[in-house]
Design a binder for this molecule. Structure first.
Ligand SMILES: Cc1ncc(COP(=O)(O)O)c(C=O)c1O
Length: 448
């Protein structure tokens, strides 16, 4: 259908505009609690933004490409690629213009540490993908974690988290929050009864968990913890990095806050460090105030790289999911493999929970080979495609043996506490051809 024209202004046909409304295509994601921010509606639907919301129809694939964009139009450019607005400060035509901005009557930006047009496009795109009212993008995943915790938990507050959440988040909660008069309790993710007990016995401000966890790939039942915590007035914050917004949408499952190391699947190319936090406008505004003080702004160039990365995220994640699942199934049957950790395996203790809240299981697979430290090193060294490196979620497959990477030099007790054995290997499968990776892994297993 050709675009309709009125007084020289081109408007998209209604049918086409409806296609850009977020949809939730999995029956598992029925609970939609968030509505897109007004600015995003304006972006997507132009003059129709003030009409009652239409049915949500756009898929993640379409939102990843289009949501939040058309900045070029505002920047007096017709570039399809969102312009990188590199200025650190923004000027006002006159005092009246400035007052209109201060009173929220005119949308603009003031100073780069507070907001930036390119970063705003990224925030709106992530909001659409997470079904969130608002998103804050930060300079790193760790910055997102620290800022969210400081903003949402005041001195005297109490954070409950799991023993296997991201190691640096765990250390921050244990070692730094305690110095600010914030209590923390660590529970085993397999023992959710203890969460009930703590909620019954004590005031809990916030429950914080990764799902899936890294590197053991355990999943927390987000619906269940949200229900338990909300009965007692506690907030729920989920680090969904290992899932990506394609495979899991914690806000639709009842979580209050979802955060990511955007360094991983979102950016997707092992070339930019960033983080993001999504949730209700009220909670994100509260976190944004702290973000302004802490100064964790991302550079517009880095934001553009993530916008670009997000456009292919759905395609990439589909490839990561497919390769990882096939590889996990293959490894599970291999005589030189003792145990495989992957939530998409029917044998996984997390399978039912994962199936009920994820639409794919991600690219990270951990397993234990039938060997010792040196035999496992021989396997890793014999691999020709995966690179020995930390991190995950990029196009290149990565492999690491935690005993010689993150746990090198740590005591046996520390390793045992984290369930890291010498024969433990973690893969982040990239988007290379499955058959090439399979051949490589099979030949390397022969070298043990
Ligand atoms: C699950 C998870 N959360 C948070 C982070 C921290 O993210 P960043 O390295 O972007 O600061 C990481 C980093 O590896 C991670 O794996």
């Amino acid at each position: 259908m050709a675009p309709s024209t009125s007084l020289g202004k081109i408007t998209l046909p209604k049918q086409q505009r409806r296609l850009l409304q977020p949809t939730i295509h999995s029956p598992k994601h029925k609970r939609v609690t968030a509505t897109p921010p007004a600015a995003l509606l304006q972006e997507l639907f132009g003059d129709d933004a003030h009409q009652p919301p239409k049915p949500r129809r756009a898929s993640d694939e379409t939102l990843a490409v289009h949501a939040g964009e058309k900045l070029g139009k505002d920047a007096a450019s017709d570039s399809i690629a969102t312009p990188i607005v590199s200025g650190t400060t923004h000027w006002f035509k006159n005092s009246e213009d400035l007052v209109a901005f201060k009173e929220g009557r005119r949308h603009s930006h003031e100073y780069g540490r507070y907001s930036n047009p390119t970063v705003k496009v990224l925030e709106d795109k992530i909001s659409a993908l997470e079904r969130a009212e608002a998103t804050l993008v930060t300079s790193s995943g760790m910055n997102a974690i620290v800022t969210a915790l400081l903003a949402l938990v005041a001195p005297g507050g109490h954070v409950v988290t799991t023993t296997d959440c991201y190691s640096e988040a765990r250390a921050f909660i244990r070692d730094r929050l305690s110095k600010m008069g914030i209590r923390s309790t660590f529970i085993d993710l397999d023992d959710m009864e203890s969460l009930k007990t703590i909620l019954d016995q004590d005031d809990v401000t916030l429950f914080y968990a990764d799902s899936p966890t890294n590197p053991l790939l355990k999943c927390v039942d987000i619906r269940m913890v949200a229900e338990l915590c909300h009965q007692k007035g506690a907030l729920v914050c989920i680090d969904s990095t290992l899932a990506s917004p394609i495979n899991q949408k914690p806000l639709t499952l009842g979580a209050d806050i979802v955060l990511h190391s955007a360094t991983k699947y979102m950016a997707g190319h092992h070339d930019v460090i960033a983080g993001c936090i999504s949730g209700s406008e009220a909670l994100i505004s509260k976190i944004r105030v702290w973000h302004h003080d802490i100064g964790g702004a991302i550079s517009p160039n880095a934001a553009y790289m993530i916008i670009r990365g997000l456009k292919t995220m759905a395609l990439r994640v589909e490839a990561h999911n497919r390769t990882a699942l096939q590889m996990a199934q293959l490894l599970e049957r291999h005589p030189k493999v003792e145990r495989v950790h992957y939530p998409g395996l029917e044998s996984s203790p997390c399978y039912q929970v994962a199936k009920s809240q994820m639409t794919g299981y991600g690219g990270v697979v951990s397993f234990e080979v039938k060997s010792d430290l040196c035999g496992t090193m021989r396997f890793v060294d014999a691999l020709e495609i995966p690179l020995i490196a930390t991190s995950l979620g990029g196009c290149e497959s990565l492999v690491q043996q935690p005993a010689v990477m993150s746990f090198w030099g740590k005591s046996d007790e520390e390793k045992a506490k984290n369930r890291i054995k010498d024969n433990f290997v973690r893969f982040s499968f990239g988007i290379e051809k499955f058959e090439d990776l399979r051949e490589d892994i099979l030949q390397a297993l022969e070298k043990i």
